[in-house]
Structure formats: structure tokens, C-alpha cells
Design a protein around this ligand. Sequence first.
Ligand SMILES: [Zn+2]
Length: 70
Amino acid sequence: MPIRPHAHTYICPQCGWSKTVAPRSDALGPGEHFSRCPACGHGSLVTRPADALASALAAGLQTLGKLWRR
Ligand SMILES: [Zn+2]
């Protein structure tokens, strides 16, 4: 049984960039995974579980994005 991944936040310890992502399945799509900071290129991002507000916001933005692209 697939486990639904929880929303989490990527944080760059170098420049302070952060992004919350809320994957909808265990197959990560574009924009849902970062191996390095898109702002400064720092290679080891910190991840932490997103708080409830940030994860609701990220899910809402993804839904809006899907509607927009249709
Ligand atoms: Zn950075």
C-alpha cells in the first residue's frame, strides 16, 4: 500500500530560501523535489515537516496551478 508523503519544507541554510511542497503521490513530479538550492546553488538543503498552514497553502497552490494549466 503506497504511503502518502507528507508535505515538507526545503530550507537553504546558506541564503534562507525555502519552499514547501505537498506531494500527491509517491512519484515526485517536477517542482516537488530539490537536491540543491535554486537560488544560490547550495548543495545540502535542510528539510523539515511543513506546519499545517504551510502544507495547506502548498496543496492549495498546487490545485490552483492544475486548474490554471487546464
Ligand atoms: Zn540558497
